[in-house]
Design a protein around this ligand. Sequence first.
Ligand SMILES: N[C@@H](CCC(=O)N[C@@H](CS)C(=O)NCC(=O)O)C(=O)O
Length: 217
Amino acid sequence: MANATLTISSKNYSSWSLRGWLLTKFSGLPFEEVVMPADDPGARAELLLLSPSILVPCLFHDGIKVWDTLAIGEYLNEVRPGARLLPKERAERAHCRAICGEMHSGFAALRSALPMNLKAHFPGFKVWARAQTDIERIVTIWHECLAQYGGPYLFGERTCADAMFAPVVTRFVTYDVKLDADIVAYGERILAMPEMRQWIADAQQEAEEIDELDVEF
Ligand SMILES: N[C@@H](CCC(=O)N[C@@H](CS)C(=O)NCC(=O)O)C(=O)O
């Protein structure tokens, strides 16, 4: 029986749930999922008890509650150092933290114009100029990491950074964003990870379409 739980919400729509879930999977910490239905008002009261921010993801482990995705990544790196969620070298760790921070606090135009929706596909989607600026910055980050560390993941082996950017990979597919071949190949590697395949399969099983979440989640 796992002594950790991770509270998440919709696997189709919740990009932060996906990031927290991937971080926990990458860490190797056994955990049970607690899935809060996103559209149930009663669930919000319960979520308040589970997560002080009333947001997901929230990790509960050994009597310790950790909410907010960056904090979850740092916590998991401490309790599971062998999983190397952060790179071994200090300079690489700094680089990894910097781009995770950029994802955590930035790219608002991309997040609102191209919300995560794994079941949807919008061929020829017209990307708004400010979202395009975000896309270009993300592509630059990925190019630099892949060139500097040699792939196959952003820092060679899988780290927090791949979990933080995984929902961007799915957005690029959903919204038919045109990309260079090496960026497409990186995205394909992320989508081919067994954890990602499992998450997407679970998302496909989610019955409901939540209209308001098509806007921003
Ligand atoms: N800064 C937070 C963001 C978390 C967040 O925005 N989570 C969304 C789901 S993707 C949420 O819990 N929404 C709950 C709601 O709107 O009821 C983090 O890093 O974990």
